[in-house]
Ligand binder design. Structure first.
Ligand SMILES: C[S@@+](CC[C@H](N)C(=O)[O-])C[C@H]1O[C@@H](n2cnc3c(N)ncnc32)[C@H](O)[C@@H]1O
Length: 191
């Protein structure tokens, strides 16, 4: 149940999405929770800070769009909750997509290369109902405001996730990354 996108560019204003305003207090967040994409995915609130995740409610086929980022608004600041959509542009998703965790073997990719009304979350592979979703944060983020030790548990885990800036070009080449990240890596490699 995604709303039609406005053709106007998203403005930079305070987030209108309430579930994450508690920033890591899942008991408060879950009490007021209304799924933004019912029938597709929902937040699984878990105790502790930043332990919650987004779980599918149905199957998605490889390359299927899980959701358009049609509630996104530009953010004046880079935060743990923002997604980078250009070299100097960050957005708040204002939807349950916020709860997609990072994985070094992700099930989802965030495509944010084109105009704002094409930004979307797409299945990297077939995804079953009940799976926790993940995307590769450095595919959008160059230098993250809140780096963390990764607990994705994948064989190819990169351990500390701080943004594409800190990942060798050779490693980054194995992943889908957005155009602004590839350009920033090329500029960094050229120095
Ligand atoms: C946009 S939030 C994702 C939702 C978050 N799990 C929550 O409960 O609010 C990003 C934060 O989640 C945590 N996170 C996401 N993926 C992680 C991972 N693979 N390992 C450890 N922490 C992770 C980090 O604290 C990160 O700053």
């Amino acid at each position: 149940m995604t709303a039609t996108l406005s053709s106007a560019a998203p403005s930079a204003k305070a987030s209108t999405y309430s579930a994450h305003l508690t920033n890591g207090d899942p008991s408060k967040a879950s009490a007021a929770y209304k799924p933004t994409h019912p029938g597709r995915f929902q937040v699984k609130f878990q105790p502790g800070s930043y332990n919650s995740c987004l779980v599918t409610q149905r199957r998605f086929a490889k390359d299927e769009t899980l959701a358009m980022m049609d509630s996104a608004e530009y953010s004046n600041e880079k935060r743990y909750s923002t997604v980078q959509v250009g070299k100097d542009r960050h957005i708040e998703l204002n939807s349950d997509l916020l709860y997609i965790n990072h994985s070094c073997e992700p099930s989802v990719r965030f495509e944010v290369d084109g105009p704002h009304d094409t930004w979307k979350a797409v299945a990297e592979r077939d995804i079953e109902a009940g799976e926790a979703l993940s995307f590769f944060y450095p595919s959008t983020e160059w230098s993250m405001s809140q780096p963390f030790p990764c607990n994705c548990g994948s064989k190819s885990c990169l351990d500390r996730i701080s943004g594409a800036k800190d990942i060798p070009a050779q490693t980054l080449r194995k992943y889908f990354v957005n155009k602004h990240i590839q350009e920033l890596k090329d500029e960094q490699s050229a120095v």
